[in-house]
Design a protein around this ligand. Structure first.
Ligand SMILES: *[C@@H]1O[C@H](CO)[C@@H](O)[C@H](O)[C@H]1NC(C)=O
Ligand SMILES: *[C@@H]1O[C@H](CO)[C@@H](O)[C@H](O)[C@H]1NC(C)=O
Ligand SMILES: *[C@@H]1O[C@H](CO)[C@@H](O)[C@H](O)[C@H]1NC(C)=O
Length: 444
């Protein structure tokens, strides 16, 4: 039904999107990324720099050291009412002691109350991803979905090897949120479950409670779905098809209903996006709201090897939970020319876009269609156009924030979601799905 085509569609969309990578190498498990472009990013493209940070898949990268270790879980109540703790992906080099959230697209600050993930006409929406990883924990987000056909909002947990736990809102149906989970990106259409929500464009609390033996989804404090690890044994793969590797928190708004996407994706999302819809804000974009994310880290699995307490490190390409150890290794790249194997020295010039390397530095496939023509090697200009500014997130938000306020006809802030109405989802959720889809294609 919709699912198969949906997944395929996403895969195609992802591959098409990554065409901005042009003839750039792709990584697969059978054919990992080459030495000069060692890191396989979330969407399958090989690169350096940001490709070696969040989303770098060791199973498809040149070596197990290409990707930097995953910064350890940080419990906290992250207020999403400013962009101070958000940095554009083209600026982040891996020092997560300074910044907890990475962005793609254009997150905006709404008053001092919350952030908006925006999706402007023909853009690819926006994505926020934590710079730390969670290896089991309770993760909650207070958010509003966007609305309108083709627009998808997502709150997901995504590991670098594509273990994934999802909440996804299809903008054509604001009374449903879809829940799902994946193991190492394997496509399985039978695991989606629709959950009921009373108007997702209003504020609700969504939680993922992820334990080694059991996974629960809840909405406004009410448990709505449980999956037990013991029910997920896959005898073909000889492992539990259960999310079990350190995962980042990702919240996104993305255009599943973009004309150029595969029909299955568009159908799943309720149709093509209307870029003149009443659900768009007068600033000219769809929006999803996020006001806080709370993270309660659980202990790593009892048997986990402990050689430190700063990061999680894969020790084997099997990438199951028993191949991950705790370590003290934190790798900060000197510039976007670096990789896990060769982090490099900090660049003396202000902009890494002066790199002479031809490898891609920042995954841009999913975000910003305008960047699809970005020449190889300058993909880092792709995320927000704020190169050369000291803090992408802040400067970005300042400008855009003005536009938003200008366009706001909002009543009381607690009904913010209503006035904002629909919006598109971004790649976040789909990122998972896309990864899944890509793996699926590869499997074919
Ligand atoms: C889940 O909800 C979507 C609409 O949001 C609908 O298209 C789909 O058929 C539903 N799936 C199931 C299994 O009910
Ligand atoms: C087990 O995994 C294989 C390969 O990933 C997949 O094709 C198969 O459908 C899975 N089986 C079950 C019962 O989930
Ligand atoms: C994680 O590893 C432990 C110890 O090897 C094992 O008992 C457990 O089943 C694993 N969990 C999953 C999800 O495979």
């Amino acid at each position: 039904m919709v699912r198969p085509s949906f997944t395929t569609a996403l895969a195609v969309a992802a591959l098409a999107g990554s065409a901005l990578a042009q003839s750039n190498a792709k990584g697969t498990r059978d054919k990992p990324c080459p030495a000069d472009s060692p890191c396989c990013g979330l969407y399958g493209d090989c690169g350096i720099g940001a490709f070696c940070l969040g989303g770098c898949d060791i199973t498809m990268s040149h070596s197990i050291k290409s990707c930097v270790p995953n910064p350890i879980c940080k419990s906290g109540d992250y207020k999403m009412n400013s962009l101070d703790d958000v940095q554009d992906i083209s600026k982040y080099l891996g020092d997560n002691s300074k910044i907890n959230w990475q962005s793609q697209g254009k997150p905006l600050k709404y008053k001092d109350e919350n952030l908006l993930l925006t999706m402007y006409e023909d853009s690819d929406g926006s994505l926020l991803a934590s710079t730390f990883y969670v290896w089991y924990g309770k993760i909650c987000a207070r958010m509003t979905s966007s609305q309108g056909k083709g627009v998808v909002t997502a709150f997901i947990m995504m590991s670098d090897v594509k273990d994934e736990i999802d909440f996804e809102w299809i903008g054509a149906d604001i009374s449903t949120v879809q829940s799902n989970y994946y193991s190492q990106g394997a496509i399985d259409y039978t695991k989606t479950k629709n959950l009921t929500v009373d108007d997702s464009t209003k504020w609700h609390d969504y939680c993922i409670d992820w334990k080694p033996e059991e996974l629960k989804w809840s909405v406004d404090g009410k448990e709505v779905r449980t999956v037990k690890k013991s029910d997920t044994w896959n005898s073909t793969d000889n492992r539990f098809a259960y999310p079990q590797t350190p995962a980042r928190v990702m919240i996104s708004l993305w255009p599943a209903g973009k004309k150029t996407n595969a029909k299955g994706t568009i159908d799943w999302a309720g149709g093509e996006i209307d870029w003149h819809s009443k659900y768009m804000l007068s600033g000219g974009y769809y929006a999803a709201g996020i006001s806080s994310v709370s993270v309660q880290c659980y202990d790593p699995p009892a048997g986990a090897k402990k050689n430190g307490d700063k990061s999680y490190k894969y020790t084997d390409k099997a990438a199951t939970n028993n191949t991950i150890e705790l370590s003290n290794d934190i790798v900060v790249l000197g510039s976007l020319d670096g990789s896990g194997e060769n982090p490099g020295e900090a660049s003396k010039t202000q902009s890494s876009s002066q790199s002479t390397k031809t490898a891609l530095q920042v995954p841009g496939a999913i975000i910003g269609g305008a960047h699809q023509d970005a020449p190889t090697g300058s993909a880092n200009s792709g995320s927000g156009g704020n190169n050369g500014q000291s803090s992408g997130g802040n400067s970005n938000g300042g400008t855009a924030g003005g536009e938003f306020v200008q366009g706001l006809n909002s009543p009381a802030s607690n009904s913010f979601g209503v006035s904002v109405e629909p919006g598109l989802g971004k790649v976040g959720g789909s990122a998972l799905a896309i990864v899944v889809a890509i793996l699926g294609l590869i499997a074919l």
